[in-house]
Ligand binder design. Structure first.
Ligand SMILES: Nc1nc2c(c(=O)[nH]1)N[C@H]1C(S)=C(S)[C@@H](COP(=O)(O)O)O[C@H]1N2
Ligand SMILES: [Mo]
Length: 317
């Protein structure tokens, strides 16, 4: 499997990227973790012009449940830069310009600087993952996200010993984002993870859904998916990645620290101060969507519980 993946790399891609990326090392670590799908597709030159990634392999760790409809996933959204109503992002996000796009890398890393979206995506391969994705409002969906492990990208920037956390920032352009006029959150939207969380193979840098380029309302062209955390940790339309020694500021934590902690791991045993988090409403299962029990770490406890050994998850909510 590793050989097939390596064979797909064009020599031109290797030369242009070798200055800051040891591909073989990343491929080896992916093999060690058993994460290589039967086939994976090189991103090559950024986004497919027709918006279609074509045939993708399903990641072996995907949940088995039937995914929500594309329609649900792309019309019921949270993206406050385009309004606070669930239908606002689908209505308003057409003004977001996703090309050209660049990402600034700052802080505790050797290879800081500004990278184009093409630079970011070129050496990576896609893995089609189906995630159970859940939001803090206690609704959930099953979503076939398309992306690759964030850690594969972060390694390319050669983080320094001082990089204990990673912070992410969303675009902050009022001419493209009408919601920025309203001070509902402190803009730009920002989020953060510990380095161990960011390097975990389940943390996905996401570029698509259902084999297609992300619609703007879902955070095009580049967003996080952190499947074991509440939805707001999965920051959209990322323009900056910052490596830092101290725990970074996060928009929802800044807005209401007693309600939204830094970790925000899905935890049915810890209620939000204003509602129970023991059950969730599964969207798309008809008008009366059933409530189902919420699972610890959103069902990914086997994969991620080790990250929090010895941490009091009631205090560190
Ligand atoms: N920049 C930005 N990212 C964001 C948000 C936002 O308002 N702005 N909302 C978050 C919240 S609360 C949720 S639930 C998810 C929703 O992702 P989806 O619309 O793709 O389902 O995006 C998260 N990422
Ligand atoms: Mo959310």
């Amino acid at each position: 499997m590793a050989r097939r993946r390596t064979e797909r790399i064009k020599p031109s891609e290797i030369t242009s990227e070798s200055a800051f990326f040891n591909r073989r090392e990343v491929v080896r670590s992916a093999v060690a973790l058993g994460l290589l799908p039967a086939a994976s597709k090189a991103l090559g030159a950024a986004m497919p012009p027709d918006g279609d990634f074509g045939e993708l392999a399903k990641w072996p760790g995907s949940v088995e449940e039937e995914p929500n409809a594309f329609e649900d996933i792309t019309t019921y959204n949270n993206f406050y830069e385009f309004g606070t109503g669930k239908g606002d992002p689908a209505r308003n996000a057409h003004t977001l310009e996703t090309s050209p796009w660049s990402v600034e890398v700052t802080g505790e890393a050797e290879k800081t600087g500004t990278y184009t979206l093409e630079d970011i995506l070129k050496p990576h391969t896609l893995e089609d993952r189906v995630y159970r994705f859940r939001c803090v409002e206690a609704w959930s969906m099953i979503v076939p996200w398309v992306g690759f492990p964030l850690g594969d990208l972060l390694k390319r920037f050669a983080p320094l010993a001082g990089a204990r956390y990673v912070q992410f920032f969303t675009l902050n352009d009022p001419s493209q984002m009408p919601g920025l006029r309203y001070p509902v959150l402190e803009w730009p939207y920002r989020e953060g993870l510990t380095m161990a969380e960011a390097m975990h193979p389940l943390t996905l840098l996401t570029v698509g859904v259902y084999g297609k380029v992300l619609p703007n309302q879902n955070g095009a062209p580049l967003r996080l998916i952190v499947p074991w955390k509440y939805g707001f940790k999965s920051i959209k339309s990322i323009v900056r990645i910052h490596f830092t020694e101290t725990q970074p500021k996060c928009s929802w934590n800044m807005a209401a620290p007693q309600e939204y902690g830094f970790y925000s791991n899905v935890n049915p045993n810890v209620d939000h101060p204003r509602w129970s988090q023991a059950t969730e409403r599964r969207l798309g299962a008809g008008l009366f969507s059933p409530r189902v029990p919420t699972l610890m770490f959103n069902g990914y406890a086997d994969e991620v519980a080790d990250l929090y050994r010895g941490l009091d998850l009631v205090k560190n909510y």
